[in-house]
Design a binder for this molecule. Structure first.
Ligand code: GLY
Length: 325
């Protein structure tokens, strides 16, 4: 039994390990671990009190994958429900043909399954940070409700222009990753995020995209990503790592290859990327484009989790054509 997670998973890894020790499945452990992060108001990259989009609305993305069957469930752009991972789990569990539900459909599904709804999802503190950011780029933060209940800024500039100005490479993306192997050797992987701070409404990152931010296959292993989701979507990073494992590379080599693939991406927006991965033998790795990043792990015989520094794979950042700090 082992669980690995991004460092912000520290708040949930003990509960997740308890689930495994009581005979729970890898899927159960991943869900429980991520729920703790989604409920944590101090984590502004995941669940409740995450950074909102440019209109000040919190839109959540999450996915969960079962390595036994490659069954997956995912939600994107979901508003009003803090536990996106649990809604994603129900997309996986309910006997229905879909893998990914987005926006109003995801919210409707969440209501149908009686998912916990919190109404207000942002604290005044985060609303103030959003207003400050808009003010910093000279935008009005007055919002208007349209007749169709959508929200608009009263600023007359196109939102895309504002998003480009407001986007802050330091807050571009945060996410939580959990990968678990249970007592019978089954592997599951889960990812949850509120996405980029100040993103364009409707922007979906890698977290709910199976193969991009999340992939699990009992026969080889699992991989989950945090960082600039657009890069993982374009390079199918999580699936790439697992495919490199299938091709016979060691876990460390598979991780380096999946990260190095990102160097070939063109365009003006290349940011930070991080991944964690577990193979079927219980080996684990973490890689990052940035020095000093860590991930956590816990075996069944450990009282508390350990923390390991990630190996660095350098990928020069570009932000609108200019290097970013
Ligand atoms: N990695 C999370 C996101 O880009 O939304």
């Amino acid at each position: 039994m082992i669980i690995i997670a991004s460092h912000n998973g520290a708040i949930g890894i003990a509960d997740a390990m308890r689930v495994l020790k009581h005979g729970g499945s890898a899927l159960d452990a991943v869900e429980i671990g991520i729920r703790a992060v989604e409920a944590n108001p101090a984590d502004h990259s995941v669940g409740y009190n995450g950074y909102p989009n440019i209109l000040g609305e919190l839109e959540l993305d999450a996915s969960i994958m079962d390595g036994r069957t490659l069954n997956s469930g995912a939600v994107a752009l979901m508003r009003g429900f803090p536990y996106a991972i649990s809604v994603a789990r129900q997309v996986l569990e309910r006997d229905q043909p879909h893998v990914l539900l987005a926006g109003q459909g995801a919210e409707r599904f969440a209501r149908e399954i009686d998912a916990e709804s919190w109404g207000e999802m942002l604290t005044d503190e985060i609303k103030a940070v959003w207003r400050e950011r808009l003010a910093a780029v000279g935008a009005t933060h007055r919002v208007a409700r349209n007749s169709d209940e959508s929200t608009e800024l009263t600023d007359e500039r196109p939102l895309l222009d504002l998003v480009k100005l407001a986007t802050d490479p330091e807050r571009v993306a945060g996410t939580v990753n959990f990968i678990a192997m249970d007592g019978v050797g089954d592997i599951a992987c889960g990812v949850s995020t509120s996405g980029w701070a100040w993103k364009y409404p409707g922007r979906i990152g890698d977290s709910p995209i199976i193969g991009a931010g999340n992939y699990a296959d009992n026969r080889t292993g699992a991989c989950a990503c945090t960082g600039m989701g657009e890069m993982a979507i374009r390079a199918s990073t999580a699936r790439s790592l697992v495919l490199y494992l299938q091709m016979g590379l060691s876990l460390a080599e598979a991780g380096r290859r999946a990260m190095s693939d990102l160097r070939d991406l063109g365009g003006g927006y290349i940011g930070g990327m991080n991944l964690i991965a577990l193979d079927r033998d219980g080996n684990h790795v973490g890689l990052s484009t940035d020095a000093g990043r860590t991930y956590i792990f816990q075996h069944a015989d450990m009282d508390t989790h350990g923390e390991v520094e990630r190996e660095v794979v350098e990928i020069p950042s570009r932000w609108a054509g200019a290097p970013c700090a």
